[in-house]
Design a binder for this molecule. Structure first.
Ligand code: SF4
Ligand code: SF4
Length: 698
């Protein structure tokens, strides 16, 4: 009959020995797994069990398609997909064998036989081959292709010795152990077939081919005894792998699914509030146990793939921050202080401020993660967006910043900006009454939405109100809206900084005050919808104000204009004959999906449009977000905005660098000058192009 003997002619003692070793491996696995769970239980609360069914379905879809691994890296995506499905099918096959042999036979049932057995054998061989192909691709990637993201060198700790060879060994052990398990599995199959030669085993084509090879080299006569040795080698490696899972990189096979299940779709877009009790004892995270269980899970989920490391503008510009290393440092510390020290991790040499011998009684922001590392973040969210396993770096960074703010540990320039916002409602430290002074140069009056009803309330934002270059853009927007007979108004001096960046700096108390003040003013105004030219204000009003009672319909002006152009409401008088590229602001594109409208406008204007290498949700940050615009960036090797201008100039003959954010306009006009590219490229906001296109002649 078509079937196979699991233990062939093994004596009873040998079979018993296998079960003893198997129990030992399972016990080691469960102990390590429990240690992980115990660590997460030491974290603070996080509500992630809502809509659990939908969460599981979504995570299952992401896992089974490998969509997040595939994104922007088809080589890694394909290799991982082959390994994933190869592993899943081989695991299911092994489980079927175990159930059939160790459970069902005691009830007189034997399922692994006949036609089912033949198809079972064929499937195991096919997926075994795919598994090996995926593993070989990964070995080639690490050993031959060596993409920059897999280099574990620390860019943020110059002069300090950080030994990360443990990480490399862990990666290699994981890959080679899986590879050897697969290869010995096929060898075992070949030896079994060679020894017995049952004709139906042609349904195991790889095993059959291996058997032919063994016969050809004259090993058929010793196939029986070789089979016994190989069986044990294979079994010990499989059981060793099971025990090894919770202590190594292999843990990601379990943790990553959980991390995707409990992922917050609004991570970074909507930061967590601080409870009143927490506010009293100090906002933010100081100890590792302040991190929520989900944030502790994040640390274990990291596969060290390095995607966030190469996407991070702070890292690219020579700043002291790599989101990958931040997560790995937190993991090393969490394991050392409330978990179990990593088996193969990193160690810090002389000059590193942590860990030394001490793990207790030290502050995570400051001792484990240095303040300059936390302040280097622009909160651009590139790390969160690109991470294949749903890690929420930005939330953890802001929580640690909240503690630094409590301690007053920040640059003077940042402190001044926050003080100005507290005193005057704007970071420029100018009078509230000066907020709408830019309107004086217009030859028409803009309505005051606090006094009369308007269709659109324009929330202008600080930069577009006080910065002279931003004011130019605001007047341009006003003229276009006026020309289109749009019924719109302002809050005038009633508007305050929306608080988006204040919140991301970590000044939660000031943020709450700003949000409450703006909401109180908006409640008194009469309007149908809010429009804004500022992506930062857009994000917080759209995603965070609802938690403070301010639920509004809000659109970025590019969304509105794109619709109006398509409805024929914008009388475009001429096509613009310029070669241009467009920079997606992080808070519009990545945070709020506002990728298509600016491109629809540029197309309608007849612009000769070309994308930069990084665009849309994969855009590269200008370096201003998260309060960085208020901090000193003179120590950077090359500012993110200068890197971006260089990237734009890779497009041959490009003339215009288009933006859709007043801060971007200021950052990039500066970057064109400081990078010595004046005369080669000019920065324009989309609204300036629209205004040009409304004029019949130049
Ligand atoms: S949010 Fe941006 S700057 Fe901050 S760590 Fe992530 S990628 Fe780097
Ligand atoms: S945090 Fe995410 S993107 Fe960054 S290295 Fe870890 S798994 Fe990769």
């Amino acid at each position: 009959m078509e079937t196979r003997e699991i233990f062939r002619a093994f004596p009873f003692l040998m079979q018993a020995a296998f079960y003893v070793v198997a129990m030992l491996a399972i016990a080691v696995f469960l102990y390590g797994f429990w240690q992980r769970i115990a660590k997460y239980r030491k974290g603070s609360a996080a509500q992630r069990f809502d809509k659990l069914g939908a969460r599981i379905l979504r995570a299952s879809r992401l896992m089974t398609t490998n969509a997040t691994v595939w994104k922007r890296d088809s080589y890694a995506g394909l290799a991982h997909l082959l390994i994933f499905w190869g592993f899943v099918v081989l695991f299911i096959g092994t489980t079927i064998i175990a159930i059939d042999h160790d459970v069902l036979r005691f009830f007189g049932v034997h399922t692994l036989k006949g036609t089912f057995y033949l198809w079972f054998s064929l499937s195991m061989d096919v997926f075994g081959v795919l598994f090996i192909v995926g593993l070989v691709m990964m070995v080639v990637r690490r050993g031959g292709l060596r993409p920059a993201q897999l280099d574990y060198a620390r860019s943020d700790r110059p002069g300090q010795v950080v030994d990360r060879s443990g990480f490399t060994r862990d990666d290699q052990i994981f890959l080679w152990l899986l590879f050897l398990v697969a290869v010995t599995g096929f060898l075992l199959e070949g030896l079994r077939i060679s020894a017995d030669r049952p004709s139906f085993e042609v349904w195991s084509p790889v095993g059959w081919a291996v058997a032919n090879l063994l016969d050809a080299v004259g090993l058929r006569s010793s196939a029986h005894s070789l089979h016994a040795y190989t069986w044990w080698i294979h079994a010990v490696m499989v059981l060793g792998f099971i025990g090894y899972i919770p202590y190594s990189k292999a843990m990601h096979m379990l943790v990553d699914f959980a991390n995707l299940v409990f992922q917050d779709d609004m991570a970074a877009k909507r930061l967590p509030r601080v409870s009143e009790e927490k506010m009293k004892v100090g906002a933010g995270y100081a100890a590792i146990t302040d991190f929520s269980w989900k944030e502790l899970l994040d640390l274990d989920a990291c596969t060290k793939c390095g995607r966030c490391h190469v996407a991070c503008p702070a890292n690219a510009s020579g700043g002291p921050l790599s989101p990958r290393d931040l997560i790995l440092d937190l993991r090393t510390y969490a394991d050392a202080s409330i978990g179990r020290p990593e088996w193969l991790g990193q160690s810090f040499g002389d000059g590193a401020n942590w860990p030394g011998d001490k793990v207790a009684g030290i502050s995570v922001p400051g001792d484990v993660i240095r303040p300059e590392t936390l302040w280097a973040c622009t909160t651009c969210m590139a790390c969160v967006e690109t991470c294949p396993v749903g890690i929420e770096h930005v939330t953890s960074i802001v929580q640690m910043r909240r503690h630094l703010v409590e301690e007053g540990e920040m640059e003077d320039s940042l402190q001044d900006a926050l003080a100005n916002i507290g005193d005057y409602g704007n970071s420029f430290g100018q009078s509230e009454r000066a907020r709408a002074r830019w309107t004086r140069e217009l030859d028409f009056q803009i309505k005051d939405a606090r006094k009369e009803e308007v269709e659109f309330l324009w929330f202008v934002g600080d930069y577009a109100s006080y910065d002279p270059r931003g004011q130019e853009l605001s007047r341009s927007v006003a003229r276009v809206l006026h020309a289109l007979s749009v019924d719109f108004g302002l809050l005038y001096e009633g508007e305050k900084n929306a608080g988006n960046d204040v919140r991301r700096v970590g000044e939660e108390g000031l943020y709450e005050m700003l949000a409450e003040d703006n909401i109180a003013t908006l409640e008194k105004a009469r309007f149908r919808e809010i429009i804004t030219t500022d992506p930062h204000s857009y994000n917080t009003i759209r995603n965070e104000y609802p938690e403070f009672g301010g639920q509004y319909s809000i659109r970025h002006y590019t969304a509105l204009l794109a619709d109006w152009i398509e409805e024929g409401r914008v009388p475009i008088a001429r096509k613009l004959n310029v070669k241009a590229t467009y920079h997606d602001p992080c808070y519009l594109g990545r945070y709020n999906d506002g990728v298509a409208p600016p491109r629809r406008i540029l197309e309608a204007l007849g612009v000769d449009f070309h994308e930069m290498a990084r665009c849309g949700k994969n855009s590269f940050c200008c370096g201003a977000g998260g309060g960085r615009i208020w901090m000193d960036d003179s120590g950077l090797e090359e500012r993110p905005s200068e890197i971006r201008i260089r990237e734009a100039l890779e497009i041959e003959g490009v003339e215009v660098f288009v933006v859709a954010c007043p801060k971007d306009y200021a950052m990039y006009t500066d970057a064109v000058k400081t990078s010595g590219n004046e005369g080669r490229i000019v920065v324009k906001d989309i609204i300036q192009l629209v205004e040009e296109a409304l004029q019949p002649t130049v």
